[in-house]
Design a protein around this ligand. Structure first.
Ligand code: FAD
Ligand code: SIN
Length: 554
């Protein structure tokens, strides 16, 4: 149900009378910006195609809806240029961006932003009717289009409303995709080097009936978002458990750059352990907010001449370091000198949230800490959104396109999701007529096992342990010793969880735990393999590439 309009047209699901099988032309996993942008574009171009979108909770619950700062795009060519946006992205990415991909995203970005505006998205304007372009860390110009501090909410609203009005899109809520279907499910041996692995759709758990249904499709698009829930303190909603990346890894597809986990420097200090942690947008620093110690001293200039607006990896590490030096639980964001009217107009949600916990941003400094925010790594895709598995495409935060390299530039991810959703649409439009449903019969999911409700505590406890391991040993500052500890502990959690998975009935909680363990393993293994510090990956054993301050004492 779309919470803004209440629109939910009848959802026509064509089930086979003989099994739990549903056939579509295109299957999309995920209803955030990446999934819905693709679904809308192809549905509008080809009204004859049947597109099924599965989403594991409500249609509108996604990382997308929580995006605050906005979407970066070159808009004012009098002051800005593609070259400047490209350069800022490359600098943030610390030598690991794919320059061709950066150029594609930056140059195609403005057209994609215009498209969502044409679908009805509102972005704030100045009095002169030009867009009010904001600035965030690492950007050399004002180029962030935003809707107050609710940009993601507005974009999700627009896309969900459009999708609900498009007759050949069926959005099925509360369907939890478990695994993509490949030759493996037909009994063939599939290894990571098997050529020509193919995807025929996905198995998904209908959370209302607890039945596992088979969704067959000519082509599948994964848009399942990030995995912030692998850490204890995260800005990501509880749906962000890395399901799509884990599915591709299990299906022997290629995943890359998992060591580059972005911690946002300024989540609201969260002593109660709220999940998710509330974000204080980087745009607040773009608006003039300054990072200070609780005693009121500025510290960012020690680390980078850009001060509070240095790129995110640098700011998060600096805050982490200052907290450790002082034994403090938080640093502060000082907004007391800013114009109240402007602050409230730009950041109404942040202002209200602060007031609700007794902090008046105009009188008090806002206590902040870093929190896990974004996965720069993910499913490896090429310039058309193709994965290493045939008939399987991916877009959005679950991917590693080459745009972000070792560190994502703020507000580049909504842009990336739209650009690659569009490129997958171009590719699918070309190929769909020559791509047919598989002729081999696909078996139903073999559901075995029983659940002992008493054992649900094992899942909850293991999830908590997993988050602790990742937060203590694979956080902002890493070392060989910490990574070794994490690896040993993760192995135990892995063995216990696989055992549970094979003897109990599948539940979303168990699948999510299994996927989070896969994420944790991939992050830890990739971090162990990188024998240097670069971008978001900092290790005390190989600090060489750091280049701004030696953190080895930590
Ligand atoms: P999502 O929007 O997360 O959507 C994923 C979808 O997949 C959801 O519908 C989910 O239900 C579904 N799904 C997941 N697993 C399954 C499964 N197993 N079965 C079925 N469905 C599944 N980026 C910016 O560019 N600018 C910003 O200002 C910004 N601010 C942010 C603020 C916050 C607090 C957060 C958390 C992120 C922010 N980001 C920002 C990042 C950005 O919001 C995300 O990277 C982007 O929205 C991801 O879009 P997506 O479509 O890939 O995934
Ligand atoms: C923010 O508003 O600070 C988040 C921006 C982003 O993650 O891109």
């Amino acid at each position: 149900m779309n919470e803004w309009t209440g629109i939910r047209p009848p959802q026509a699901v064509h089930r086979s009378p003989f099994s739990n099988m549903i056939q579509s032309d295109l299957l999309v996993l995920g209803s955030g910006i990446a999934g819905l942008t693709f679904a809308l574009k192809i549905a509008q171009e080809r009204p004859d195609l049947k597109i099924t979108v599965l989403t594991k909770t409500n249609e509108t619950e996604s990382n997308t809806r929580y995006a605050q700062g906005g979407v970066a795009a070159v808009w004012d060519f009098k002051t800005d240029s593609y070259q400047k946006h490209i350069q800022d992205t490359l600098i943030a990415g610390d030598g690991l961006c794919d320059e061709k991909i950066v150029e594609i995203v930056v140059k195609e970005g403005p057209d994609r932003v215009q498209e969502i505006i044409d679908w009805g998205a509102r972005f704030d304007k100045k009095k002169d009717t030009n867009y009010d372009l904001a600035k965030e860390g690492g950007h050399s110009e004002n180029r962030i289009l935003h809707y107050k501090d609710l940009t993601g909410w507005e974009m999700q609203r627009t896309l969900s409303e459009q999708a609900d009005l498009t007759p050949n899109i069926t959005v099925l809520e509360h369907y939890f995709a478990i695994d993509i279907i490949t030759q493996h499910h037909l009994g063939h041996t599939v290894t990571r080097v098997t050529p020509g692995i193919e995807c025929y759709g996905a198995y998904a758990l209908n959370k209302e009936t607890s039945e596992i249904e088979t969704f067959l499709a000519r082509m599948t698009v994964l848009a399942t978002g990030g995995a912030g829930q692998v850490y204890r303190n995260t800005t990501n909603p509880v749906i962000a458990t890395g399901d799509g990346m884990a599915m591709v890894y299990r299906a022997k597809g290629r995943i890359q750059n998992m060591e580059f986990v972005q911690f946002h420097p300024t989540a609201l200090y969260n002593p109660a352990g709220d999940n998710p942690a509330f974000l204080v947008s980087e745009a607040v620093r773009g608006f003039g907010g300054i990072l200070k110690t609780p005693q009121g001293e500025e510290f960012m200039k020690k680390y980078d001449e850009r001060g509070s607006l240095a790129s995110r990896d640098i700011v998060a590490r600096a805050i982490d370091r200052e907290m450790k030096i002082q034994g403090a639980e938080y640093m502060c964001l000082d907004c007391r000198h800013l114009d109240k009217e402007g602050f409230v107009a730009h950041f109404p949600t942040i202002y209200e949230k602060c007031l609700s916990i007794g902090i008046d941003p105009m009188k008090d400094m806002i206590p902040v800490t870093p929190a896990c925010h974004y996965m720069c790594g993910g499913i490896m895709t090429d310039e058309m959104g193709r994965t290493s598995i045939n008939r399987l495409y991916a877009a959005g935060e679950c991917t590693c396109t080459g745009l972000h390299g070792a560190n994502r530039l703020a507000s580049n991810s909504l842009l990336e999701a739209m650009v690659f959703a569009h490129r997958i649409y171009l590719e699918v439009k070309e190929k769909i007529d020559a791509t047919h449903l598989p002729t081999a019969s696909i078996p139903d999911w073999n559901a075995q096992g029983t659940t002992d409700p008493k054992e649900l505590i094992l899942i909850t406890q293991s999830t908590k342990e997993l988050k602790d391991v990742m937060s203590y040993y694979v956080g902002i500052v890493r070392s060989n010793e910490r990574l070794k500890r994490a690896t040993d502990r993760l192995y135990i959690l892995y063995k216990e969880t696989e055992d549970l998975y094979h003897k109990t009935t599948i539940s979303p909680q168990l699948c999510e735990l299994r996927n989070l363990i896969t994420m944790a393993y991939l992050i830890t293994r990739s971090a162990t393999m990188r024998k240097e510090s670069r971008g978001l990956h900092f290790t005390t054993d190989y600090p060489d590439e750091l280049g701004f301050i030696d953190l080895t004492i930590l």
